[in-house]
Design a protein around this ligand. Sequence first.
Ligand SMILES: *Cc1c(COP(=O)(O)O)cnc(C)c1O
Length: 459
Amino acid sequence: MIAESKHLELELDDKRYIWHPFTQMKDYVKEKPLIIERGEGSFLWDIYGNKYLDGISSLWVTVHGHCREEITQAITEQAKKVSHTTLLGLSHPPAIELAKRLAQITPKGLNKVFYSDSGATAVEIALKMAFQYWLQKPNGCSDKKKFVSLKNAYHGDTIGAVSVGGIDLFHKTYQPLLFDSLKGESPYCYRCNLGKTYPSCDLGCLTQVEDVIKKHHHETSAMIVEPMVQGASGMLVSPPGYLKGIRELCTRYNILMIADEVAVGFGRTGKMFACEHEDVAPDILTLGKGITGGYLPLAATIATDEIYNAFLGEYDEFKTLFHGHTYTGNPVACAAALASLDVFEKDRTIIELQKKIEFLEKGLKRFWDLKHVGDVRQKGFMVGIELVSNRDSKEPFPPQNKTGIKVIMEARRRGVILRPLGDVIVLMPPLSITLQELDELLKVTFDSIRSVIPVNCKL
Ligand SMILES: *Cc1c(COP(=O)(O)O)cnc(C)c1O
């Protein structure tokens, strides 16, 4: 434990020296910061020794819990072998083994693994691959320059990834810096822009996407989607048939499909990869977040042989994919990812997860009793509870109420760490969580919502 004399200094220096991401620092510096010192299983401890249940897997990454012995050990052993060795023209065993295993477990046809170090970089690479593919493929064409993406999409914070993003709050400011992307309707059933209801809607949102693609396919290189769940916009679960429909449209109109599984991959939705729910194989797959079990930054962009082949040529044809980050495919990170895949097998993580998903589903039913809960969305171990001031009109709370933040601060006082997306309370526990811990997570979340929302709210 950190000496008591250090606590205050850490708190002051945190405010003095760190600019926290996605954080309004004016508010942040008014509060006592929560400084995490260690973790074990589903729990985190702060510098004072207070224990918290990690309800969001430390921003959606922790798969098998904190400080899982096998992963820690794999990291230690690998770090003793070499510090960093580049993949630019060289190779190393953990990257090779991991690429092989990823090719084996990902949907059919995805065989070529291009490493990077974050979800956003994996997306940048996917976009560049798709764009360059059309230029260089046999009988290539230079017209296919655009991308189709969805409203409410989130693919990361770098400029290319923001260009295919669809969350105004995060993305609008940067509009002048972005390239054009064509927007399809988001499968947000609770607030359907078309005013329809599933299943009588006949997937009207998909029809709208088709209209966009039909009009622009000749100038479009790819469509990018978050399979099954649009995560960062509030855990928007796609209705059945939507993902498969997107795959069919991409095939029919001859554009590539990029599946961004950065958030949904590695068991999060109840299957190893979300595309499996609808038996979909994309042309390019992006992976990140949970890939190392939540230990180290690593990401991968996995492409089909057909795409890869379009980059082959004589040296001086310059068909090379001129992209690579310094720490691309870092050996320690790859070793962690391999150890995480081993734990998936040893623990039968996906199988064991099914009863927890059911338990979660049952436990979430009770939330409908809270009058300011407008919607409860769940796909596997991804949950979004959307709070509204009026359930009938679906009117949101005014942002200055900071309702979501108040709820998670209340949960924190009750020993659970959450992070909301606006007024959507997110539950994303480690896949390794026990039923008892899950029960605690549900209970604290329920009580926190109930205690925070003022009684004079419009219902
Ligand atoms: C988090 C996320 C990203 C970005 O990943 P970073 O590692 O934060 O860059 C990209 N796509 C999706 C779907 C995500 O949820």
